[in-house]
Design a binder for this molecule. Structure first.
Ligand code: ZN
Ligand code: ZN
Length: 649
């Protein structure tokens, strides 16, 4: 509500009446027209000149503008000065100040509590139901729980324990101060109270307050990671707001419950509440990681149709989504149309190109970014180095690595060293890669050793491989990675005695391989498969499709690469083990369920194995399908019997 307009209608767009000391209200409409603090300062000066500043209502309105307009325009310090000069600030002005400070950052929010205490000590004005929510917000933000509890007591004394907004702010305070038990007690006490009123809650303010209260509690459970409790409350809500949905979606999405995030988002579609900007931003990361292109496209279209602004933040999320769903052209399309681009946008695009092995495009994009005078973040360099690594651009990679520190002034993190080790190692500069690890300023982690181990495997350097695997086993004795890589190296040389040795050691230490899992998106629904997975409702059909595939491949001359199968199973078992890799099951399911000619998009949690890679090339030819696999490292686009990575991955 705009107080000025209610009390003193401005009278359309006619110019403001000339200031006249005889009419105290005459300057009022000018406050409503202020857009910036500079405008306000002028009006304020006129108020002082005409003496109208002594009018309590006028001063309160000026105060409201400086303390609570949007964060770009307000000036709390200025407001505080005016406030201190007010002879008899009324309750409205006290509330304005407390609210202004409570909405500010942590340092300033403390002042809200101090002001509240002053107000309590005041003879003429006391706090009301609008004062408490603000001061409680300040307690929550600053973690001042001791003061918060006292204020809780005061709220009871003032008879405000039935006020939904006071209640929800109390519950929020306990949630934010990690006192979930107190929050819960208060929440359930309130629910029992509400139930007693039953259907009598027809008052809109009370109804809205109830929704806020529930949202706060759900958010509390989400923060704790107790999604079961959060979901239970969510399902029980009589009424939900868009915030209720957003809390659940972003909670799931940020905590790795990707399928749940997408499912609840789809559930939202069947209700009355429409997704907003925050909803889209919350669900997009889950969609990207799952690779659900169809849903991602839906979101893009929805934003366009509903006038949701695709700004640099939402735009970056869309670029990331299209890149991770395998459609780099669309990512470029979004990128080019953005009115503003920041470092996050540029790095989303550069990383997108890197993921797709388009090193030249990534490098061009980086130069464009430099020309646009945007300071690169260190994430940008991860994209660049990854791009160089996928393309084998050793010289360029070395240059970017030194550019990072010398030109951009960014200290390389371990991830950057990891990219360099990968780049050098894969291009055969194994010695240089090892030296880089040994001389870097931080302690090497398992990821970086694994990158070097992978390179040893590619170049068949068993001597270094054993050394690196040794370091890895010492660092993470229960991680299967080193054992599997070393065994594969021995196996490819036919050293079965050493392979068997590894098996014994793994068994003794009870080490198991990471379970592989792949998922495929069919008509917006995600189907996930594990190794040898037979749990899918259509598993019978999948099995016969797998058989059909293997026969067809055989007929075009394919022989499985069985050295990829860990340990010395006999030959037949080895073949079987290959046919039941999760990505194969996903492909078979895709072939029986996707529309004729539609491309298949699969996401795998681990790297695709050599045998699946060469089979997929043939499958793309035999079945005339474009197959995209996003594995842990990058994208593979299989088409007409070859892969976009040109077998360098
Ligand atoms: Zn495989
Ligand atoms: Zn490939």
């Amino acid at each position: 509500m705009n107080l000025t307009q209610t009390l003193f209608p401005a009278g359309g767009s006619s110019p403001a009446p000339a200031p006249s000391p005889s009419h105290p209200s005459s300057l009022f409409p000018q406050i409503a027209r202020c857009r910036t603090m500079r405008d306000l300062a002028q009006v304020h000066a006129a108020f002082i000149k005409t003496g109208q500043i002594n009018d309590t209502l006028a001063a309160a309105e000026i105060l409201r503008f400086c303390a609570t307009s949007d964060r770009f325009h307000r000036d709390l310090e200025y407001a505080h000065k005016i406030f201190k000069q007010m002879r008899q600030p009324n309750c409205f002005s006290w509330n304005t100040m407390i609210r202004g400070f409570s909405e500010s950052d942590e340092d300033e929010a403390v002042t809200a509590i101090t002001l509240f205490c002053e107000m309590i000590g005041h003879v003429f004005v006391g706090p009301n139901r609008f004062t408490f929510p603000s001061v409680l917000k300040a307690c929550a933000k600053t973690g001042k729980i001791r003061e918060g509890k006292q204020i809780h007591g005061l709220a009871l004394k003032f008879g405000l324990d039935g006020d939904e907004f006071v209640m929800s702010n109390l519950v929020r305070m306990y949630v934010m101060c990690d006192l979930m038990k107190d929050a819960r007690v208060l929440f359930y006490k309130n629910i029992i109270e509400q139930d007693r009123h039953g259907d009598m809650v027809t008052d809109k303010r009370r109804r809205d307050g109830e929704v806020v209260l529930w949202n706060v509690m759900i958010d509390g459970y989400v923060r704790l990671g107790d999604f079961k409790a959060a979901r239970m409350l969510f399902d029980k809500m009589r009424q939900r707001s868009v915030v209720s949905w957003n809390t659940m979606i972003s909670g799931y999405s940020q905590n790795g419950f990707l399928k749940e995030a997408v499912e609840i988002f789809q559930e939202m579609q069947s209700g009355e509440i429409r997704p907003n900007y925050v909803t889209l931003l919350s669900v997009l990361p889950a969609i990207s990681r799952l690779g659900s292109l169809e849903l991602g496209e839906w979101i893009h279209l929805y934003a366009e149709k509903n006038g949701i602004e695709i700004d640099d933040v939402l735009g970056s999320a869309l670029i990331d989504m299209y890149s991770k769903c395998g459609i780099i052209e669309k990512a470029v399309h979004v990128f080019e149309r953005l009115p503003r681009k920041n470092a996050i946008t540029w790095s989303a695009m550069i990383n997108g190109f890197a993921m797709h092995g388009q090193a030249n495009e990534a490098i061009d994009c980086f130069h464009e970014m430099e020309e646009a005078s945007v300071r690169p973040s260190d994430v940008v360099y991860i994209g660049l180095l990854t791009a160089c690594s996928h393309a084998g651009f050793v010289e360029q990679g070395r240059r970017f690595f030194s550019h990072m520190l010398n030109v951009s002034g960014l200290e390389p993190r371990i991830e950057h060293y990891g990219c360099m080790v990968d780049l050098l190692g894969r291009s055969g500069h194994l010695k240089e890669a090892e030296e880089l690890i040994l001389n870097m300023p931080m302690k090497p982690d398992d990821v970086i050793w694994k990158a070097l181990l992978g390179a040893c495997k590619i170049h068949g350097n068993i001597e270094m491989g054993e050394r690196v695997a040794g370091a890895l086993m010492e660092m993470a004795p229960h991680d299967s990675g080193a054992y599997v890589a070393l065994s594969n190296m021995y196996a490819s040389r036919g050293n079965w005695a050493a392979v068997s040795d590894m098996r014994v050691r793994m068994k003794e230490m009870d080490i198991r391989k990471d379970p592989g899992s792949s998922w495929i998106d069919i008509d917006g629904a995600v189907h996930e498969f594990l190794v040898e997975d037979e749990s899918h409702p259509r598993s019978e059909e999948i099995r016969s499709m797998l058989l059909e595939i293997s026969e067809k491949l055989r007929s075009v001359g394919y022989r499985p690469i069985t050295t990829q199968v860990l340990l010395n199973l006999d030959e037949e078992d080895k073949e079987n083990a290959l046919y039941h890799h999760s990505e194969r099951i996903a492909v078979a399911f895709g072939l029986i369920s996707a529309k004729a000619g539609a491309s298949l998009r699969i996401v795998k949690n681990l790297r695709i194995c050599e045998d699946c890679h060469s089979s997929f090339k043939l499958i793309s030819k035999v079945y005339g399908r474009h197959i995209t696999v996003r594995d842990r490292k990058r994208f593979h686009h299989f088409k007409d019997g070859s892969c976009s990575c040109l077998d360098f991955w």
